[in-house]
Design a protein around this ligand. Sequence first.
Ligand code: LLP
Length: 423
Amino acid sequence: MHLTWGGVDCLELAEKFGTPLYVYDTGIIKARCREIRDTFIARWPGSSAHYAAKAFMSRAIVRVIDAEGLGLDVVSGGELYTALSADFPPERIEFNGNAKSREEIDFAVRSGVGRIIVDHPDELAIIAECAKNYGRVQKVLLRVTPGVDAHTHSHIATGQTGSKFGFPLEGAILRDTIRAAKAVKALDVAGLHFHVGSQLFDPQDHISAVDRITALMRDLKAEGFITRELNLGGGFGAVVNPSMSPVKLSGFMNPIMSRLTERCREFGLETPQAIIEPGRWIVSEAGITLYRVENIKELPKVTYIAVNGGMSDNPRFALYQAEYEAVCVSAPDAPAYDRDGGTHVSIVGKCCESGDILIDNAKISRLEAGDIIALYNSGAYTFSMSSRYNCLPRAAVVFVEGGKARVVVERESYEDLVRGQSV
Ligand code: LLP
């Protein structure tokens, strides 16, 4: 029995479309969107969700997210352009991120994005200028740094005191900015935003942030500012393989929303409309990556299984020591092979450095050159973080569902590598 994904034989996918190949089961993505609608949006009136496109961005995913009725969170002119090029309604887009350029802000305001999440006072002045130019009132949220050390890899924690993101809770900058913004008719300062970090498995960090932000909301109310909207960020985790139970969104959102409601009641505040912006949780487990084994090197202490991709299509082990599991697609249930009891098996890529590892200490059946392997849970921050390191053309992306497959991003060619270059 071969591994199938979205009802399609993975060996056939590899033969037909080549490898490395990113494969997404859109049925899983849609089920996640449905879970968001059923357990969050339906339950909390006025709430909404924006898919954080940075996790996996392409025109085809934009169409899926639109059809599922969610909003879209973008962080650059390029992401905004991709979304608009696939006809995503601008009013359901929020423009996020730090260090936005004047050109990006102008593009966002001109396009009519629903919200801009402000990360610096200078941005606000530019937004106001653009909104006046285009005769619009631009809704904005101010991103605050909640001062919470999220339980995750330090590179993907964002809410700690001293973070490069957001306005610090302490000091005058936030209050001065709110005061200045309220005086500008072209701006509608609807509320606040925070994001504690990514790949989290329990709601405690969000709850700690809610505790701090609600105290801030109480103080701001006393100064005449009402927080009508509160964006709670994303960060919900993804599991390593399909036999594990996925994180339930309600496991995060029920306790977070209960705390938010409770604290608002305690402080005599209206509960603000809640927004979330998950990325990984929507796409990570829907995605697998197929590779061909090029060769196997059996050294005394380690066996290297070298595949035809690597850190160029998935830099996540190199950057965060991310954990993955893989199977041989022609024998997904075969037991893990151990050459002589305790041999370390490393699945490595073809890039020219020793850190180019996909799985260190892999548990996988015996493989041979030419076998196709599937790396589970590789739908988030892989294609979107891919590079052309060593001049490896970027891999193709295929969507599968109900036994059908279609290419949504073509494989790059050697010609693509040199396009735009002069000698
Ligand atoms: N909102 C904001 C403001 C964010 O910065 C992020 C992620 C998200 C939402 C979505 O977080 P998610 O739901 O996907 O956890 N490249 C790293 C992850 C970086 C996350 C950056 N911000 C990785 O491969 O793990």
